[in-house]
Design a protein around this ligand. Structure first.
Ligand code: ATP
Ligand code: MG
Length: 433
């Protein structure tokens, strides 16, 4: 066993051999969000613990069991377990909600939850999220759901099912909570400990429990959709109508109540069956009460969070395409010591033109350099021998075809001013490659 410290359980290293997968999802999510008119927001990695207690909610798993908190100089701070609370806090603090509405932001950052690590469930994970504040219209719900679906389509996922539900407003929920209490009360003793407490404080949370025994008991529980008030019901109908008009397929799933307290009306999850139990790739909904709850005006809002590890896992499972890994465009290989300074010099000329250029830093033999250049996936090798160098010449070797041609080294410099996708061979003034 090697004697160095290991990373904390439930965290991941994203090594260079995997980074292009991350570039892929970061690029697609950013592009789609921007095309819908969302701008990026960046917020602190930690907030005052109270922010999450007041927004995510005291009866949720996240706040009860999963937060990483520290007390520093008498103030309690928590690593963000999700992005909505901090984002809304930032919107309030920066006066964004006093400006033209809706405000539409997105983020890509890591979140922290103390959970039992397994595939698709980490202690540090990454979310792409969007939040929209100001719009009460069902068009906004449809828009946000469409944004999520566009991302999933754009990365090439196939089997994703949109699960849709409405959990109403505090008005409809009061009656529903009563009905749930009446339903679960006779089974109280069989429920897990957390759910016994939920039964008292927030019975809707029971539907979100992961224990199979509790899920079995909840099988025939009353359904929130039967308790919606007129306004919530009309809103839900309109959302479904807009989605249908856009050709977005969905299933109604009354078991979706979302794990966080702040949701109202529309809630949704995009679920895949490709990656086993942790199949919710994207989850969100409307949270009309949150901004007021955090000290702002009564402004409706909605959003979602998409787990990027789960997204990548699903893409791998379904063999979706990723951006190509970056590899070396041109590798300068001096054949002898006298040619080494030229390698340093010309690699730098090409870099100024946006070419990924490298040269031998190990002062290795030519043969060893070839081997290394191959490992890098090098496209072109420039062979430098001191004899040819006297004439300002070298050899350009196409590493894929193996063909080799003499080149004039200084010809590359001519392109320095307007390099725009010129092939390496053209750059060096050679006919064939
Ligand atoms: P789950 O039911 O799987 O625990 P959740 O309801 O706690 O999910 P949300 O708070 O809605 O999750 O977070 C939004 C998304 O972030 C999830 O749908 C998922 O894709 C991702 N996610 C949440 N927790 C984790 C985690 N521990 N590891 C990896 N991804 C996560
Ligand atoms: Mg969870």
């Amino acid at each position: 066993m090697a004697n160095y410290l290991k990373r904390p359980q439930g965290t991941e290293d994203i090594t260079p051999d995997r980074i292009s997968k991350w570039y892929t999802v970061e690029k697609v999510t950013r592009e789609v969000a921007e095309s819908f008119g969302f701008s990026e927001i960046r917020i602190p990695t930690f907030e005052q613990t109270e922010l999450f207690q007041r927004s995510v909610g005291e009866t949720t798993d996240v706040v009860q069991k999963e937060m990483y908190s520290v007390i520093a100089r008498e103030t309690k701070f928590t690593l963000r377990p999700e992005g909505t609370a901090g984002t809304i806090r930032a919107m309030l603090q920066n006066g964004m909600l006093a400006e033209a509405l809706p405000q539409k932001v997105f983020y890509q950052f890591s979140c922290f939850r103390h959970e039992r690590p397994q595939a698709g469930r980490l202690r540090e994970f990454h979310q792409f999220g969007v939040e929209m504040a100001g719009a009460a219209s069902p068009y906004a719900d449809a828009e946000v759901i469409l944004l999520g679906r566009t991302v999933l389509e754009r990365v090439g996922l196939k089997d994703i099912v949109l699960n849709l539900n409405s959990i109403g407003c505090p008005k409809c929920r009061a009656k529903y909570q009563e009905a749930l209490r009446a339903y679960f009360e006779p089974h109280k003793e069989q429920l897990c400990e957390t759910c016994q407490e939920r039964l008292v404080r927030n019975p809707m949370r029971l539907l979100d429990c992961k224990s199979p025994e509790d899920q079995e008991i909840a099988k025939d529980a009353p359904v929130i959709l039967d308790y919606l008030c007129e306004e919530c019901s009309a809103h839900f109908e309109a959302v479904k109508q807009h989605l249908t008009a856009m050709g977005v397929e969905f299933v109604i799933n009354p078991k979706i109540v979302r794990g966080l307290d702040y949701y109202t009306k529309t809630v949704f999850e995009f679920i895949t069956t490709s990656i086993g139990a942790q199949g919710t790739v994207c989850a969100g909904g409307r949270y009309d009460g949150l901004i007021e709850q955090l000290g702002g005006q009564s402004i409706p809002a909605l959003g979602f969070g998409m787990g990027l590890e789960r997204l990548i896992l699903t893409m791998e499972q379904q063999e979706c395409g990723f951006l190509d890994a970056k590899s070396c465009d041109v590798y300068f290989a001096p054949m002898d010591d006298a040619a080494r300074p030229t390698a340093l010099q010309y690699a730098n000329v090409l870099r100024d033109m946006g070419v990924r250029a490298e040269f031998d830093l190990m002062e290795r033999s030519f043969k060893a350099q070839m081997k290394y250049a191959n490992k890098l996936g090098t496209k072109y090798l420039v062979v430098l021998g001191s004899n040819e160098l006297e004439q300002g010449a070298g050899q350009l070797k196409n590493m894929i075809t193996g063909k080799q041609h003499p080149i004039r080294l200084d010809s590359a410099a001519h392109f320095a001013e307007d390099y725009s996708g010129i092939s390496i061979a053209e750059m060096f003034d050679t006919e064939t490659n």
